[in-house]
Design a protein around this ligand. Structure first.
Ligand SMILES: NC(=O)c1ccc[n+]([C@@H]2O[C@H](COP(=O)([O-])OP(=O)(O)OC[C@H]3O[C@@H](n4cnc5c(N)ncnc54)[C@H](OP(=O)(O)O)[C@@H]3O)[C@@H](O)[C@H]2O)c1
Length: 387
């Protein structure tokens, strides 16, 4: 494929896009051909100035102007690159024209959406055409949902894949906060109400793949409350499980937040309930959106000290296995690393990637290769118990 660039970072002026650019500047191969893209050239130049401090030669990194409101600029952008990496969100508002441009230009695509309705629309509109053109559209390459998707895959790969597997995932995070972009995308999701709860369809399969009934319980093994977490993550795990035989003939999954104290569970539920109620009406949603504007996010200290753990417990026959995926600040430091590694994988590992095309989960698109890359990049994948 003759293209000007291997990777273009679209949305490089945003909080997360800038971190992605910094990650590529520090950890991308010296030979990588890449560019920054966005709607404001002066803002992009400012980001490039910051990259120059990391590697002086990046002072001449190409800049491309494109807007999600200008379809022509997106097609021109997509035609110049092998992989389009986009952090322009909320994706429900800005994502579809980018997907259209990538399928039209036969360009691979990665994003960090956590918006179920957007992923559903993408599957319905672009899966068939992307398969036909052998394009990989890979959603959810950030904390939503890569550690959960890759962690579930890592766990089932340790087990006998001819036996039924019941898997639970328990998420803990700390030391950080969210950005304006995430806040606005979350308000977008919440305002769509219950439609999001099972929006991402599974792939048709003769195997039995299903969600477990959510319940709040005190988990004696982990000495913490397990609180059902209805994010996009369990939907992505189940989509991967329905696409790949590695998850066994019968697979079920449940996804929880792991919380030490019941008071925190109750306080959190009340807070979320209030936000859900306020997000239903346009005027109060606007007021909420103003609380954290676009471009703001965690401090450098929070990016350095934040952490996450996703612990998985698999039951298969008489065997129980506990595994864990863990790393640093999840929402932005690790997210920028994760999406960058997914894009680098699409550029550099093509010979080793599964022959899967269309609208894909990270694990279906990148398989073992992304687990290896994340480990090399410092994320831990461990087996804690096998009994
Ligand atoms: N899955 C995860 O774990 C995860 C983690 C982090 C973020 N996210 C998601 O990633 C997205 C970005 O988050 P963020 O915190 O980086 O947001 P942000 O700081 O608000 O950045 C948004 C970016 O989109 C650009 N943009 C907005 N409208 C545009 C348009 N019409 N055309 C082209 N570019 C446009 C902005 O450009 P300007 O600078 O010109 O305004 C900016 O570069 C959000 O949807 C968020 O939910 C997901």
């Amino acid at each position: 494929m003759q293209r000007d660039y291997d990777i273009v970072v679209f949305g490089a002026t945003g909080f997360t896009g800038k971190l992605v650019a910094e990650y590529l500047a520090r950890s991308g191969p010296q030979t990588l051909k890449w560019a920054l893209a966005g709607r404001s050239v002066s803002k992009l130049e400012h980001v490039r100035k910051g990259l120059e401090a990391i590697r002086p030669e990046l002072g001449s990194l190409p800049i491309v102007q494109a807007s999600s409101e200008d379809a022509g600029s997106l097609v021109a952008l997509a035609r110049r690159t092998r992989v389009l990496l986009t952090t322009v969100g909320p994706y429900t508002l800005h994502g579809e024209p980018v997907l259209r441009a990538c399928t039209e230009a036969s360009t691979d695509y990665v994003d960090i959406t956590g918006e179920p309705q957007f992923v559903r629309n993408s599957i319905e509109t672009f899966d068939a055409i992307a398969r036909e053109k052998k394009v990989r559209i890979v959603h959810c390459c950030g904390f939503d949902s890569l550690p959960h998707d890759a962690g579930a895959y890592f766990t089932v790969k340790q087990l006998d894949q001819t036996k039924p597997i019941a898997l639970e995932g328990f998420v803990r995070t700390g030391g950080s906060t969210f950005s304006g972009g995430t806040w606005n995308s979350a308000l977008e999701i919440i305002s769509r109400g219950k439609k999001t709860a099972s929006a991402v369809p599974r792939v048709k399969t003769a195997r039995k793949v299903q969600g477990q009934k959510p319940r709040l319980f005190f988990d004696r093994e982990f000495r913490a409350w397990a609180c059902p977490l209805p994010t996009i993550d369990p939907q992505i795990v189940l989509r991967s499980a329905s696409a790949l035989d590695a998850y066994g003939p019968v697979f079920s999954y449940a996804h929880y937040a792991q919380i030490r104290f019941l008071a925190t569970v109750i306080g959190g539920a009340a807070g979320i309930g209030a936000i859900v109620a306020l997000a239903q009406l346009k005027p109060t949603r606007k007021l909420l959106a103003r609380m954290r504007p676009s471009g703001e996010g965690p401090t450098d200290k929070q990016l350095k000290n934040g952490w996450f753990q996703v612990t998985f417990r698999a039951r298969s026959g008489d065997r129980t296995m506990v595994t864990r995926v863990s790393g640093g600040e999840p929402g932005y430091a690790e997210t920028s690393k994760m999406i960058a590694e997914c894009a680098l994988s699409l550029v550099s590992d093509r010979e080793r990637l599964p022959a899967q095309y269309g609208v894909l989960t990270p694990v279906v698109a990148l398989g073992d290769v992304i687990v290896e890359r994340l480990k090399t990049a410092g994320m831990k994948f461990e087996v804690l118990r096998d009994s």
